[in-house]
Design a protein around this ligand. Structure first.
Ligand code: ADP
Ligand code: MG
Length: 264
């Protein structure tokens, strides 16, 4: 049996001396799509940052069987690409140059990008319907267009694991579906492993094989969407009042008001 794409055991992270993750266990098989849900502040972004090697931690994080700390930065960047929740954009940078940043782990030290790297960047722009934006400064794009450029940079990295931190929050409902379908297609075609976070619970359940509910730095539930998206668990961990209805591709979570407005 080959090693899991991501294997996390007893992961603990503290930020500014405050413990944020208190012993998280999570295994993601190669080619699997796992979405981490959970209320604001649960530690979802911290978890993804730890997997991408950006945060000191204790416990184990293994990528395809190798402990994160044993990988060079370059090798790590060839394995894992991240679309952060609010990526920092170098001012004035054009779309093509930004997407080319994704090729950094393939460019030799002190070298510059090859024709292959430029072709790879253009190919990704084409796939994301961004070909016409190549020469545009990133700052002039709409929020949704910029979000797709962030994804393009991550895909240009040709990772085996794609980490997506709320990749669809800035997108309208149609572009949300386009982006998630594209990610799913890449997963099926190239065997990409996806670990995402998402706030829309119905959409989370439609695309993921498994949902992990993170609450206060611990895994509160882990399983197929139907076992995690329950009225009980969402009430307990989000303090949310919802109805869960059966849907075609997973449960549909509908927020409901407890009491109606006062009469009169
Ligand atoms: P989520 O993505 O689930 O909303 P985060 O992982 O961003 O949650 O944050 C988890 C907790 O860690 C929050 O309480 C947040 O305030 C805290 N936190 C995030 N970054 C820092 C930091 N740099 N220093 C101290 N606390 C932080
Ligand atoms: Mg977050």
């Amino acid at each position: 049996m080959s090693a899991a794409a991501v294997d996390i055991a007893d992961l603990r992270v503290a930020l500014e001396k405050t413990p944020i993750l208190h012993g998280v266990d999570l295994t993601v098989a190669a080619g699997e799509w796992v979405t981490v849900i959970g209320p604001n502040g649960a530690g979802k972004s911290t978890l993804l940052r730890a997997i991408s090697g950006l945060t000191p931690y204790t416990g184990a994080i293994r990528l395809a069987g190798t402990e994160l700390g044993a990988l060079s930065r370059r090798r790590r960047a060839q394995l894992v690409a991240t679309v952060a929740q609010s990526p920092v954009v170098p001012p004035g940078m054009q779309v093509l140059d930004y997407v080319l940043l994704g090729r950094t782990p393939y460019i030799p030290m002190l070298g510059s990008e090859s024709a292959t790297d430029v072709a790879a960047a253009h190919a990704v722009l084409d796939r994301l319907d961004l070909a016409g934006f190549a020469g545009r400064p990133l700052a002039t794009l709409s929020g949704g267009e910029r979000q797709r450029v962030f994804l393009a940079r991550a895909l240009a990295q040709e990772p085996t694991v794609l980490l997506l931190d709320e990749p669809t929050s800035a997108l309208d409902i149609g572009h949300q579906q386009d982006v998630l379908e594209l990610v799913d297609e890449l997963r099926r075609r190239d065997g990409l492993t996806v670990v995402a976070t998402m706030h829309d619970l119905s959409i989370a359940g439609e695309y993921a094989d498994r949902l992990v509910l993170l609450a206060e730095g611990l895994v509160a539930a882990d399983g197929p969407p139907g076992s995690v998206l329950t009225e009980q668990l969402l009430a307990t961990h989000y303090r949310a009042r919802v109805r869960v209805l059966p849907g075609e591709h997973g449960p549909l979570v509908v927020p409901v008001r407890v009491a109606g407005p006062p009469p009169g």
